[in-house]
Design a protein around this ligand. Structure first.
Ligand SMILES: [Zn+2]
Length: 423
């Protein structure tokens, strides 16, 4: 119902919820209220959503400065759950959830599971990490809400994951896309066919991935593989997911999360189809609400109706992080653009490492890859080198490593290694 109402009805609902949320934030988080006042906003209720584009934005730095619980906005006794994400100086950023927030979170994750093709009565193998990170418990709550049987496998120990998958034959798999490929590779090395698991769908996220990676995963497992997006600062996984019917952008749960895309430099709101930084406002979250939170994730929006019948705005796959983008001799490069070429090459394994080093004053990029067992490694390296040059116009070295020597993902893949002395 919430996913198929007309855009006009939805805008009215969002405006009402947003005005309510702003009043709550002003009441419970006076520091944010002062910031609104300094910018001359927030005195009157908004009459349309576009007015929000002149409001100040929040960043990760605000959450880090508020550690541990200064931006929760409620007494600790009203917090039913804590979760968090890694910070840069050893301290995580923490967020809180009321009982109502947990119910809302389970609801949006359940919707995501339906989007990717799950049905009540099926079984989910959940290989997202359980703990402070929101992946494991987030998927878990939504799956229970939908009426799935959940195997809380958590991350790591791939041999045990494979054993459980083979013995229990779940309908769905939840993990990072790189870990799904790790599981497939492990099965194949043990002379097993991942298709024999009988998976129907995989709900994959927590790291940027590409269409080429989707094709690879769908080929290996013979199932639908769809993208789920989220972050603890907004709720956790469940902010948006792809529908299995179109696989053409992630439907954002707009009745709870208002999304904008901005130019990361100027802060200006961008039009549909333009790549920029995703900015979210939580419309209903009671604990740890955010108003215009800058995610650091790069994507674009699409308001066209989707053939699945939902009317919610769709965001593109995450193209990268504002802070993952690196500059090589004046050219902006996102690691995902290189991944697309590595996976499309055909003779290379779907693993890679990008090593940035410095020779004299110049940055050098080496893409480390592994050839497939039967492939001509040198020919594959030469071909990829040409393709990289064509795509970026700068020289990028390609190095074939021993099969099996590059690190496999047990969660979020670390693909960019920056060895430059200064950046
Ligand atoms: Zn759709």
């Amino acid at each position: 119902m919430e996913e198929t109402i007309s855009p006009k009805e939805r805008a009215a609902l969002q405006r009402e919820r947003l005005n309510h949320q702003i009043e709550r934030v002003k009441r419970n988080l006076p520091a944010l209220g002062h910031r609104f006042a300094e910018h001359g906003v927030g005195r009157q209720p908004l009459t349309n959503l576009e007015e929000l584009s002149s409001w100040p934005m929040m960043t990760k730095a605000d959450l880090m400065a508020a550690y541990p619980m200064a931006l929760f906005g409620v007494p600790r006794q009203a917090v039913a759950r804590l979760q968090g994400s890694s910070g840069t100086h050893g301290k995580p950023t923490l967020v809180g959830y009321s009982k109502d927030d947990l119910a809302m979170w389970a609801e949006v994750v359940a919707r995501c599971l339906v989007l990717v093709g799950a049905e009540s009565g099926q079984m989910l193998h959940n290989a997202y990490g359980y703990g402070l990170f929101t992946g494991g418990l987030g998927l878990h709550g939504g799956a229970e809400r939908l009426g799935l049987t959940v195997m809380p496998a958590s991350g790591g120990v791939t041999s045990r994951q494979c054993l459980l998958l083979e013995d229990l034959r779940p309908d769905g798999l939840a993990c990072t896309p790189s870990y799904a490929l790790n599981i497939a590779e492990h099965l194949i090395q043990n002379h097993k066919d991942p298709r024999h698991l009988g998976l129907k769908w995989a709900i994959l996220g927590a790291e940027p991935w590409t269409e080429e990676m989707r094709r690879e995963i769908e080929k290996e497992f013979g199932c639908d593989a769809c993208d789920i997006y989220g972050l603890s600062e907004v709720i956790g996984p469940g902010v948006a997911a792809e529908c299995h019917q179109a696989k053409d952008g992630l439907h954002v749960h707009e009745d709870h999360f208002l999304v904008e895309v901005i130019d990361p430099k100027s802060g200006q709101v961008l039009a549909d189809g333009e790549d920029g930084e995703l900015v979210f406002t939580t419309l209903t979250r009671q604990v740890s609400p955010v108003i215009r939170y800058r995610t650091g994730d790069i994507a674009s929006l699409n308001h066209e109706p989707c053939r699945c019948g939902r009317t919610t705005v769709r965001m593109s796959r995450i193209k990268g992080r504002v802070d993952d983008m690196f500059v090589l001799r004046g050219v902006n490069i996102f690691p995902s653009e290189i991944e697309r070429l590595v996976l499309a090459q055909g003779q290379l394994a779907p693993v890679y490492v990008l090593r940035l080093s410095q020779r004299a004053a110049l940055a050098e990029l080496t893409v480390e890859v592994e050839a497939l067992p039967a492939a001509d490694a040198q020919a594959a390296v030469r071909q990829l080198q040409h393709q990289l040059h064509d795509a970026f116009g700068v020289r990028i070295a390609v190095l074939a490593k021993e099969p099996g020597s590059l690190p496999r993902s047990e969660g979020k893949a670390k693909r960019l290694i920056d060895e430059r002395t200064s950046t």
